[in-house]
Design a binder for this molecule. Structure first.
Ligand code: SF4
Ligand code: SF4
Length: 338
């Protein structure tokens, strides 16, 4: 694990960040042990969101007494001033803290969402006001469309950006990460396993570690997982390994899906999950969580070929800003069940 200066903030942050999104799914004692063990081992970046069920409360219950030992990042997905302000106030209470180190405007994937958040009565104003009052130290933004994020950060309103960067989604490397570097922003990569699909875990975690990011957020729920994640960052990535990981990412990222979720399927097929994991599935095989996804989706995925309204023109493809061949990918994925 390495420590670097987190853009303009001046904080020295650990290269591995504790993603607290899944903590509400495990017993409180287990969550408390995992968080405390992570701090004991030198992880000093904790990431959560107001929208992750009671994750903020678990953090408050488990590690508020060690508040000086970690950089605390949370998010609001509200777009208007009033609800964002209320949510930030609630986050402070739930996490039992006087100050949030980083408040991110969460999950901004559409131009109209960005405009709403940045409007005169938008969420950004609430974040700024809380910053002026000393309740928030820095403001960031998160989203799934790297090229839009690269454009939006240009005006200097943000201190940090949170984006996907993993072996199956290397797209932030194209414009977003260089732009963040140019502006000296904090760079945080999320979903190194792409939501539980990519194995082996060590390789998946070493890819973002080999790139120009300050922190990789990994969702962890147990001491065992914390140990496994730390082990993956124990040694630096050499040039040869880095090149090998980059070649693999080029291949696995060839689907080009950004997970923007613009598409939707009337049958309920989780299109981005299939798009992003298809090549991983063929090349490396999936983690148990990813296999479970394909078992659950079997009926839906195999129905795509017979779905009458899409026979002439796939409904999903009309909505994709990247004009991707989703129908063909879904139907190819269906063949693996045969
Ligand atoms: S083509 Fe298949 S995946 Fe796309 S909307 Fe139609 S049924 Fe759903
Ligand atoms: S398939 Fe296209 S619209 Fe759907 S999530 Fe991927 S990039 Fe977005």
């Amino acid at each position: 694990m390495r420590y670097t200066t987190f853009g303009k903030t001046g904080y020295k942050v650990s290269s591995l960040g504790f993603g607290a999104m899944n903590l509400p799914g495990v017993p409180l004692e287990q969550a408390r042990d995992a968080l405390n063990y992570a701090l004991d081992q030198g992880i000093n970046y904790i990431d959560t969101a107001a929208g992750y069920r009671n994750s903020e409360e678990i953090i408050g219950e488990s590690i508020a007494h060690r508040r000086s030992e970690y950089f605390l990042a949370t998010k609001t997905n509200k777009r208007d001033y009033k609800s964002a302000k209320e949510e930030i106030e609630r986050s402070l209470q739930r996490m039992k803290t006087d100050v949030i180190d980083l408040l991110q405007i969460h999950y901004v994937n559409h131009v109209h969402e960005f405009q709403a958040a940045m409007a005169e009565d938008g969420a950004y104003k609430a974040a700024l006001e809380m910053k002026e009052k000393g309740y928030v130290r820095f403001i960031g933004i998160t989203g799934h469309r790297p090229e839009l994020l690269a454009r939006w950060i240009g005006k200097g309103q943000f201190d940090q950006v949170l984006f996907h960067l993993n072996l199956a989604q290397p797209f932030a490397l194209q414009e977003l990460i260089p732009e963040c570097t140019r502006l000296n922003l904090g760079k945080v990569a999320m979903k190194p396993l792409s939501g539980g699909f990519i194995q082996p875990v060590e390789k998946a975690l070493r890819y973002p570690y080999s790139q120009d990011v300050h922190v990789t957020i990994s969702g962890m729920v147990s001491v065992e997982e914390v140990k496994q994640n730390i082990a993956a960052q124990e040694t630096e990535v050499g040039e040869e390994e880095k090149r090998g990981l980059e070649l693999l990412a080029e291949e696995l990222g060839g689907h080009n899906c950004r997970r923007c979720n613009y598409c939707s399927c009337p049958l309920g097929i989780a299109i981005p999950d299939v798009m992003i994991s298809s090549r991983v599935r063929d090349t490396l095989g999936l983690l148990p969580k990813g296999q479970g996804f394909y078992e659950r989706m079997k009926e839906k995925i195999t129905s795509c070929a017979d779905y009458e309204p899409c026979k002439e023109k796939p409904l999903c493809e009309e909505k994709c800003p990247y004009h991707l061949p989703m129908q063909a990918t879904i139907q190819k994925a269906a063949m693996a069940y045969a």
